[in-house]
Write a protein that binds this ligand. Sequence first.
Ligand SMILES: [Mn+2]
Length: 247
Amino acid sequence: MKWLVLSDCHANVDALRAVWQRESDCDRVLFAGDMVDFGFDPRATVEWFMALGDKLIAVRGNHDEAILTHRNDPPFPGTPRNFQEMTYAQLAPAHYAFLAALPHETTFTLGDTDFYMCHTTDELSDDDMYLERQLPAMQTRALFNERFAAKFPTARAPKRVIVYGHSHLQWAASAGPGQMMLNPGSLSYRFGSFEPVRCADYMVLENGAVSLRHVDFATDHLYARAADFADPEAARLARAFYRREDV
Ligand SMILES: [Mn+2]
């Protein structure tokens, strides 16, 4: 069985299509949140996930939450100033209903593995999320046995996996036999100081083995669309996300 693990798509349907060209033979798609916001194609992105049907297991992220919170605000006039206004301009009630049905966290079993999946949670502080700084203090084994113990079903499968997102940092940590903690990284972008490379990060779990994968996708047309924003700060952010070289 092949399970595709994705997170932090941020309305980037180009990245989804690039991944799918390689991985469409997967049996399940796990998505750890932030489907929309801070990207140019929220409508096409949500519809891409909707089309997966029962193949998809997903949770909502803080950016999905923010978009849902303001979905009934009065419509803005004219050209969208930023990513948020662009999102409201594209999404219809059916898209909001799909996002609103996503849980904040979920537990499920696939084959011999129990999963707990969230975007981020009280069990992980913002400092914990930046694992490259915090891992020595985190003690991954203690995360499974203490902080996350109640998250899993009582009748346990032989293996346990925690899937999360939010930091945009691709990271796999082992907590002993059959226990893994996975952040597939972001499909769309990393925050500049951490990782200048522009590619889609994701993971594949296949027959018990985890594979950290990356696929390039064209960003020139996304970079160019930054000029559409009336707000200079939004345009600056968009260019930072989609530039080809670190500047
Ligand atoms: Mn995110």
